[in-house]
Design a protein around this ligand. Structure first.
Ligand code: G3P
Ligand code: CA
Length: 247
């Protein structure tokens, strides 16, 4: 099976991460799938943003959990990226997308989607249930959605709520006998830091078809992982990856 290319927070290397603009640029590049991160607002809405706080990527400050969706929608997520080569003042109008908005875009392009629940810093009670409802309401093909998290209990809660849901554990360290974890935790895949896999590729090769690897930005690393036969690579530079390895 051919290795798929996923845009990491869209086309993060060149456009404001987790913005509709970055997602559209990754789609233009021809990605097979999209990776994004979600948090929950004060009023229980699920929004697409990487950090638990607004400070780094938006014109706001403080925690996502302490702001309503309306307050967050009033912020810019493009204005912080003026140093990017393609920066244009129109970026200042980019807003934090809701999960539902992002799914509507991806569905119209029949993309695979990897929703990462950012649950390792702030506990968001009920986030799994809300997320599953949003995905269901979107009409997304469940086979095209994979849920990932570093925080393993999040994945186990998702499995309890929906036994068909595909879950993937995020890892940034070596794991002995990874196939045992896949089987016993009923995981569809492991999402592993590229450095971990490329340090001991032979150890990961038997389960390569169950690995999505992040964040792969160098051509020689992409080649090594494609040669290993991994399921997907997640990259900040989808335009480079798809030019070489598009399916
Ligand atoms: O999903 C892989 C990768 O996105 C995990 O790390 O910090 O970029 O969300 P991070
Ligand atoms: Ca992520």
């Amino acid at each position: 099976m051919k290795t798929k290319i996923y845009g990491h927070r869209g086309s993060k290397g060149s456009y404001p991460e987790n913005s509709m603009l970055a997602f559209k640029k990754a789609i233009d590049a021809g990605v097979d799938g999209m990776e994004l991160d979600i948090h929950m607002t004060k009023d229980g809405e699920l929004v697409v943003i990487h950090d638990a706080t607004l400070d780094r990527t938006t014109t706001g400050i403080g925690y996502v959990k302490d702001h309503t969706l309306d307050q967050i929608k009033a912020l810019s997520i493009g204005a912080k990226f003026t140093e990017f080569r393609h920066y244009d003042s129109s970026w200042d109008l980019e807003q934090v997308p809701t999960l539902a908005e992002a799914l509507t875009l991806f569905k119209s392009h029949d993309l695979e989607v990897n929703i990462e629940l950012k649950t390792y810093e702030v506990a968001y009670p009920g986030i799994e249930e809300k997320m599953l409802k949003i995905v269901k309401d979107s009409g997304y093909d469940p086979n095209k959605v994979v849920y990932s998290a570093f925080h393993l209990p999040t994945l186990l809660r998702i499995q309890l709520l929906d036994e068909q849901a595909k879950t993937a554990w995020l890892l940034e360290h070596q794991l002995p006998m990874p196939d045992d974890y896949l089987q016993m935790l009923n995981l569809e895949a492991l999402h592993v830091d590229y450095k971990v896999v490329l340090k001991h590729p032979a150890q990961w090769q038997p389960i390569a078809h169950q690995l999505r690897i992040w964040t792969v930005n160098e051509l020689h690393d992409m080649k090594a992982l494609v040669d290993l036969g991994v399921k997907a690579i997640v990259t900040d530079h989808p335009e480079i990856a798809t030019m070489r390895y598009s399916s």
